[in-house]
Design a protein around this ligand. Structure first.
Ligand code: FES
Ligand code: FES
Length: 156
């Protein structure tokens, strides 16, 4: 039986109807219609589904949509300023942090959370913060360089 709920995603309140067991990822992709967050493993292993919940990164595949009702959800779509890429998104492109792109939304979300809590991370800090995000393509170096470049430029 579906339940009516309201999800606040990227500052907009969306009325949705979800099963009690529907994940936040499924609700945002299917009911809200924002498909930037990806489903890789559906088991809290890969980080492709990472979203911010009140500023904290969570694997949305393993979080119930109904649990997020009173929280602010931020997805990768909420990181850009309209059609303008964020500095972090631009840096990923400039430093070769994107290949197939499947991990990129989750990486950007985790990196955003890191820079919010630590504006001057070390390389080790970046690697630890992104350790829950798996990438099969880039070897991670371009991603780490991109995050460090944004931290050095002081413009997340
Ligand atoms: S899809 Fe959620 S962690 Fe992999
Ligand atoms: S760019 Fe392909 S998985 Fe990361």
């Amino acid at each position: 039986m579906k339940v009516a709920a309201t999800l606040t995603v990227n500052g907009i309140a969306y009325p949705v109807e979800v099963e009690p067991g529907t994940s936040l990822l499924a609700a945002v992709r299917d009911a809200v219609g924002l498909t930037g967050s990806k489903e890789g493993c559906d088991d809290s292993e890969c980080g492709a589904c990472m979203m911010l919940l009140d500023g904290e990164p969570v694997n949305s595949c393993s979080y119930l949509a109904l649990q997020a009702e009173n929280s602010e959800v931020t997805t990768v779509e909420g990181l850009a300023d309209g059609r303008e890429l964020s500095p972090l998104q631009t840096a990923f492109l400039e430093h070769g942090g994107v290949q197939c792109g499947f991990c990129t939304p989750g990486m950007l979300v985790s990196a955003t959370a890191l820079l919010e809590r630590n504006a001057s991370p070390t390389e080790e800090d970046v690697r630890i913060a992104l350790s829950g995000n798996l990438c099969r393509c880039t070897g991670y170096d371009g991603i780490v360089k991109a995050v460090l470049a944004v931290a050095e430029s002081d413009a997340p």
